[in-house]
Design a protein around this ligand. Structure first.
Ligand SMILES: [Zn+2]
Length: 101
C-alpha cells in the first residue's frame, strides 16, 4: 500500500499527518514540504466511509452468533483501531475544496 502524495509537490505525505487528519475529522491537510493546503477528495471521503460498513456488518453478525459481549467488545475495539490506522492509505487530495454533496 502506498501513502497519498501532495498534489503540489508530489511528495509522499507523512503517515503521522494523515492519521491526525483521520482523528480530527478535518477535511484538509497542510503539506509538510511545500506548506500548501490540500483537501480530501469527494471520492476518497466516500471510500473511507465505505470502510466502516464491513465493520458494522461484522459487529451485527457476531451479535447474531450470540458471542458474549465480553469477547465482542474488545474485538470490536481492535477492529475499529485497525480500520482507523488503515484509513491514511485511502485518502487522496485535491487543490480545491469540493462540496460535501
Ligand atoms: Zn507539498
Amino acid at each position: 500500500m502506498k501513502l497519498p502524495t501532495c498534489c503540489h509537490c508530489e511528495k509522499e505525505l507523512k503517515y503521522k499527518d494523515l492519521l491526525k487528519l483521520t482523528f480530527a475529522f478535518r477535511q484538509h491537510l497542510q503539506c509538510s514540504n511545500c506548506h500548501m493546503k490540500q483537501y480530501v477528495t469527494k471520492k476518497s471521503r466516500a471510500k473511507t466511509s465505505l470502510l466502516t460498513f464491513p465493520f458494522l456488518f461484522l459487529f451485527f453478525f457476531l451479535q447474531y452468533l450470540q458471542i458474549p459481549f465480553a469477547v465482542l467488545f474488545p474485538s470490536y475495539i481492535i477492529v475499529a483501531i485497525g480500520v482507523l490506522f488503515l484509513m491514511p492509505f485511502f485518502y487522496s487530495f485535491t487543490n480545491d475544496e469540493e462540496p460535501l454533496w
